[in-house]
Design a protein. Structure first.
Length: 330
């Protein structure tokens, strides 16, 4: 890439002396050629074409054109815009999960305290009544399945979002999947035992099964609590990963902007035909602020042609050039 930019610098020297910029209208063919060359320089300098730049990936483009009386406009589309879309989708997914949040099974199931030694054991109709109370408000194995399936399903959804964000190492992903699978197996085994008690005549005549029924209910509540702890842990990891990705994205945008101003200071002479009273406007597509009502905006930088000349002459550096430019989101 650097060799190509050096060859471009040779082309710049063939375009003619820099000197004071003419106030006359530029020749359209010459200006078009200059814009195409500078667009290629920006694309190469940022590594948007072949993935050799600081972003490490390609798929970007730079499109330039001229507006009479205003100057050159460069539209820069970088992979950062696609990363912004990933951030937006992850935020939407998190919001939808919060809206669809469910209550905790342990809070909904009043487990009876274990019987004390010496307490009279209920029989007959009393046994049926106690069995019904023990299983309220979740009176069947299907109720437990709905609750635990919801927790495990949510854990798997968060895990997929972490994987899509690239925030979960393969080994950690496998370990979490195995942990959830083990939890599901234990749940299924406990659920099978509960079903057997539900159809066991001894549960209804009070002969033997009420203590076992209560123990299974307590175990199912514990399994549900464990599943929701997995959800809480994964959810915290997801929020941390999303914030880290957002911070890295902001840093990459700042680095992209710094690189653009560096290219203007180094190769701005390419735009030799742009008049001194005009400017170079750079539109960073999809890299502006994001509002709930306005959506994603573009970031726009407007740089005076005179300031570019000053930077080329060594009177300004790229930091000062950036500071003197007009920047806003729209």
């Amino acid at each position: 890439m650097r060799i190509h930019l050096l060859l471009t610098a040779v082309v710049i020297s063939l375009l003619g002396p820099r000197g004071p910029v003419s106030a006359q209208q530029p020749d359209p063919a010459t200006l078009k050629n200059e814009i195409e060359i500078f667009s290629d320089i920006v694309q190469e300098g940022l590594g948007l074409a072949d993935g050799s730049g600081f972003l490490g990936i390609g798929s970007g483009r730079v499109h330039g054109y001229y507006l009479r009386g205003q100057g050159v406009v460069l539209e820069v589309r970088s992979p950062l815009a696609n990363q912004r879309n990933r951030l937006s989708l992850s935020a939407l997914a998190a919001s939808l999960r919060n809206v669809a949040g469910r209550g905790n099974l342990a809070d909904r199931l009043p487990v009876q305290p274990p019987a004390q030694a010496g307490d009279p054991q209920p029989v007959g109709v009393d046994a049926v009544t106690r069995a019904d109370q023990t299983t309220e408000p979740l009176a069947s194995s299907n109720d437990y399945r709905v609750e635990v399936d919801a927790a495990l399903g949510e854990a798997n959804r968060i895990m997929r979002m972490l994987r899509d964000l690239g925030a979960m190492e393969p080994n950690a992903l496998v370990a979490t999947e195995q942990s959830l699978a083990s939890l599901r197996r234990e749940f299924e085994e406990t659920l099978d035992k509960l079903r057997q008690l539900e159809v066991d005549p001894g549960t209804r005549d009070g002969s033997s099964s009420i203590p076992g029924l209560q123990q299974l209910q307590e175990k199912l509540v514990a399994l549900s609590s464990s599943a929701r702890q997995q959800v809480a842990s994964l959810d915290a990891s997801f929020e941390t990963a999303r914030e880290n990705l957002r911070q890295r994205w902001l840093e990459d945008v700042a680095e992209l902007e710094d690189s653009l101003y560096g290219l203007l200071c180094e190769f701005g002479a390419t735009l030799n035909s742009v008049r001194a009273d005009e400017q170079v406007s750079i539109i960073l597509t999809g890299l502006g602020s994001q509002g709930a009502d306005t959506g994603v905006s573009d970031r726009i930088h407007i740089i005076s042609r005179r300031d570019i000349e000053a930077c080329l002459a060594g009177e300004l550096d790229e930091v000062a050039l950036h500071r003197r430019a007009v920047s806003y989101d729209y």
